[in-house]
Design a binder for this molecule. Structure first.
Ligand code: HEC
Length: 90
């Protein structure tokens, strides 16, 4: 005779994919401030950024220089970072 009571059924967990962090809303405008916090503190502190000021063109060349140092950003992220820096540290 098999047992009369069936074992507790395993709890069904939702697929992990449903919680994928890449599902964050991608709108036209990325958060430049957050991107700077994330990317521009990898090799030096934010002080390095804060004590620098420049026009959009100057920041663009600084970002290119950082890419040369090894910074990896997408084109969209670069735009958002540039817009934020040029506006915040003119
Ligand atoms: C892969 C490493 C790395 C990352 C990521 C990085 N930097 Fe830098 N950064 C450097 C190095 C190395 C220097 C020093 C370069 C020098 O002295 O010539 C520097 C220097 C600077 C300077 C000083 C000015 C200058 O031209 O030397 C500024 C401003 C700056 N970084 C801004 C940024 C910003 C903004 C970001 C994010 C978009 C960023 N960095 C991300 C490596 C990095």
């Amino acid at each position: 005779m098999q047992g009369t009571a069936s074992p507790v059924p395993p709890t069904l967990t939702p697929p992990a994919a449903a919680l994928s962090p890449t599902s964050a809303p991608v709108t036209g405008s990325l958060d430049g401030a957050a991107l700077v916090q994330e990317y521009c503190t990898e090799c030096h502190t934010l002080n390095r950024v804060k004590r620098t000021s420049g026009s959009a063109a100057e920041w663009a060349s600084i970002i290119e220089k950082m890419v040369g140092e090894g910074l990896e950003v997408t084109g969209q992220e670069k735009q958002a970072i540039l817009a934020y820096l040029a506006q915040t540290y003119p």
